[in-house]
Write a protein that binds this ligand. Structure first.
Ligand code: ATP
Length: 445
């Protein structure tokens, strides 16, 4: 069989259904009807997400001597959010429909649909916009008083700023240097939507890179280029990715420049990452609110200054969603057959290799091969159904390579290696397998 026609475009319905059916992502609390804005990642989804986070950490932290990592608490001192401006300003304008009681973001009324509770009109009967703070509140300990109120962090970067001095000192870093973190963030979004795109609980992978004021433009350009290279490495089609600089009236009041990395989702171009020049806003505010000096004195020039900060902020879930959209393809084969194939690049594919014995009678040596390969990669074993159907099952979850142990394998010491994308098959000696697979599976940069 040979691939013969152009791919069908992915729709959200198809993707959501595949994600649930194959265990990538599905609603949290599904047996109770789900809970709006919260999602669970299944066995394949968690592998995809972990691979994305591991690659980010590798490129952003481990391969650089000017970036170190942290893992901070989700709940931190409430003053943090006063200083950052979230307590007063982290809000979306919200309107209510007096008739159907639904709540909408005032700036997203195009998606409000029609009202089904009014007689003689399908238009919503909207209140005036009110500001709605997006931070999720909780209480600490048994006390009922107001002092026990805390918030789940709405972004992972603020603890980086409050830890800035200690981390710089313990890591013995000089400016320029950066602090990275991957972790959960929470926002009480008014209208979660588009699958995982706008959730109430999500993960961010963020870098705050601290620089001398004279070097902020240079480092902004550096990080924009680095982050574009990362997204290319993830296998995004060039035409479905773009940079969108923020217009002056979109910029936060403290920001000098900001540029989004946008992906062309089935529903629209939307942001998956932001690169921001945040100036010295955060460190200055935390100095003001905590009374602790967070400026820096250059050990060589003795100049004292508050470093400027260039931020890269990637949404892990949004990037996973973009990866799922990007990978999905329905490919028409000979004789009217269609296969669904997820064309993940090997680095992020949830399963790297599947071992398939041609018959259940060959389970023992095939299991032995599987155990050997599991030391290196996430490997799946499947012995049920005909071999064509088993290939399709692996294609549908994006496994780059299948290995078939057949009746010859015991004698000639070879297995059939089948490539997901070309569907080509070749015989490979088992003692060369690890090396041959490594060449094709491991990152090249
Ligand atoms: P948006 O305008 O779409 O709400 P934002 O500009 O508020 O996003 P940032 O505060 O810059 O987003 O957050 C950085 C990244 O975190 C975003 O690029 C996005 O990938 C991710 N992110 C933000 N909000 C959500 C959310 N509700 N659900 C999933 N990911 C999110």
């Amino acid at each position: 069989m040979s691939p013969e026609s152009a791919p069908s475009p992915v729709t959200m319905d198809k993707l959501v259904s595949l994600c649930a059916r194959r265990g990538f992502v599905f609603p949290s609390g599904d047996i109770y009807g789900g809970i709006n804005g919260f999602w669970d990642y299944g066995p394949l989804g968690v592998e995809l997400k972990n691979n994305l986070k591991a690659l980010w950490w590798q490129r952003m932290v481990r391969e650089r001597d000017d970036v170190v990592g942290i893992d901070s608490a989700i709940i931190t001192h409430p003053r943090t959010w006063d200083a950052s401006g979230h307590t007063d300003n982290f809000s979306d304008p919200m309107v209510d429909c007096r008739a159907c009681k639904k709540r909408f973001r005032a700036d997203q009324l195009d998606d409000a649909g029609s009202c089904d509770s009014r007689e003689g009109s399908s238009e919503h009967d909207l209140t005036l916009p009110r500001n709605f703070n997006l931070m999720l509140q909780t209480r600490i300990g048994a006390s009922e008083d107001a002092a026990a109120v805390a918030h789940l962090r709405p972004e992972t970067c603020q603890p980086i700023f409050t830890d800035f001095k200690r981390v710089r000192e313990v890591a013995r870093q000089k400016i320029p240097f950066g602090i990275a973190q991957i972790g959960k963030a929470f926002r009480n979004e008014i209208t979660p939507r588009n699958f995982t795109f706008r959730s109430r609980e999500f993960e961010q992978a963020e870098l705050e890179f601290f620089v001398h004021p004279s070097e902020r433009d240079k480092w902004f350009a550096h990080w924009l280029a680095e982050r574009n290279r990362f997204h290319e490495e993830l296998g995004f089609a060039r035409e479905s990715l773009r940079n969108r600089p923020h217009a002056d009236d979109e910029l936060a009041h403290y920001a000098r420049s900001a540029e989004d990395v946008e992906y062309l989702f089935p529903f629209d171009w939307q942001e998956i990452e932001g690169i921001h020049d945040r100036g010295d806003w955060d460190l200055s505010r935390h100095t003001e609110y905590s009374g602790k000096e967070l400026s820096y004195t250059d050990p060589d020039t003795k100049e004292s200054y508050t470093p400027m900060c260039i931020e890269t902020s990637m949404g892990v879930d949004r990037t996973c969603l973009a990866l799922l959209c990007n990978a999905y393809e329905e490919e028409a084969l000979d004789e009217g057959e269609v296969r669904t194939v997820m064309r993940f690049v090997p680095e992020i594919a949830p399963i790297k290799v599947a071992v398939l014995p041609l018959s259940k009678k060959l389970a023992e040596p095939a299991r032995e091969l599987e155990r050997r390969l599991r030391r290196y990669w996430n490997v799946s074993y499947d012995e049920s159904g005909n071999i064509g159907r088993r290939y399709r099952r692996q294609d549908e979850v994006g496994t780059p390579f299948c290995l078939t142990w057949d009746f010859e394998s015991g004698d000639d010491g070879c297995v059939t290696l089948r490539d997901r994308d070309s569907m080509e098959q070749e015989r490979v000696p088992t003692d060369e397998l690890v090396e041959r697979l490594r060449e094709r599976l491991e990152p090249t940069r």
